[in-house]
Unconditional design. Structure first.
Length: 240
């Protein structure tokens, strides 16, 4: 059938560019009623897509457009994880999304996210000081700032376990996007985790330990007594 007239039962199929298109009214995950379009080279192809979309709209919410990753992650956290998983799982996933995934990949459209994008992002995590990236030291009172806010990077990088958990969080979110047919494959499934080198600890000198305790005492740190105990026991252990 090549004419512009619609055949019986085809509904809202119409010529579009070098092929055909159709739309179905859907309810989005945000509760809005919108048109969602499907496209194809032939009427038959568009008709099949429209029937499938119509059934999906009957079954539940359907995204009217492919969202950015950060938009989808918020939907996934609050509509998929929070109602169905343990509270601690939601807390951890929300943390990973807010501090790592959204800042690094959130502006990418979900269906345009590629394996190499995710690989480059995960490779950078162990080499990125999170104190600098998250502005931790900058949020402290000026008298208590001691590293990044003063231009002295403390190199607070995530552990290998944290990097693995961050990747698992993204992989879980994208697996859900595949189930919802927003994307065809999970680009985080086969990402290679970077090697995270363990930093060698550097013991404080007596002067450095004294300065730390004086700072904690001056700031009325509630853990001051614990710091004293740890340092005293630590020095005894070294002498033993």
């Amino acid at each position: 059938m090549t004419g512009k007239a619609r055949a019986n039962g085809e509904g809202s199929i119409f010529p579009y560019r070098q092929g055909f298109a159709a739309y179905v009214w859907v309810r989005t995950p945000m509760g809005e009623r919108k048109r969602k379009y499907v496209y194809g080279k032939t009427r038959e192809e568009v008709h099949e897509k429209r029937v499938k979309l119509h059934q999906a709209a009957k079954d539940g919410p359907v995204a009217s457009r492919v969202p950015r990753l950060d938009e989808y992650l918020q939907y996934w956290l609050h509509e998929v994880i929070k109602p169905n998983r343990a509270p601690l799982t939601f807390v951890n996933y929300e943390l990973f999304v807010r501090l790592y995934i959204a800042p690094g990949l959130g502006d990418r459209r979900l269906d345009r996210l590629q394996v190499r994008d995710v690989q480059k992002w995960v490779n950078r995590i162990p080499d990125t000081c999170q104190c600098c990236a998250q502005g931790k030291d900058a949020r402290r009172d000026k008298k208590r700032q001691r590293c990044c806010a003063r231009g002295v990077c403390c190199k607070e990088a995530p552990s290998a376990r944290t990097v693995s958990d961050i990747r698992a969080c993204l992989r879980s979110a994208l697996s859900n996007a595949v189930r919802e047919e927003l994307i065809s494959k999970n680009v985080a499934a086969n990402i290679v985790l970077p090697a995270v080198r363990k930093r060698k600890g550097k013991a404080w000198s007596s002067e450095e330990a004294h300065q730390f305790l004086e700072s904690a005492r001056r700031d009325r740190d509630p853990l001051y007594a614990a710091y004293v105990l740890i340092l005293v026991l630590g020095r005894r252990g070294l002498r033993g």
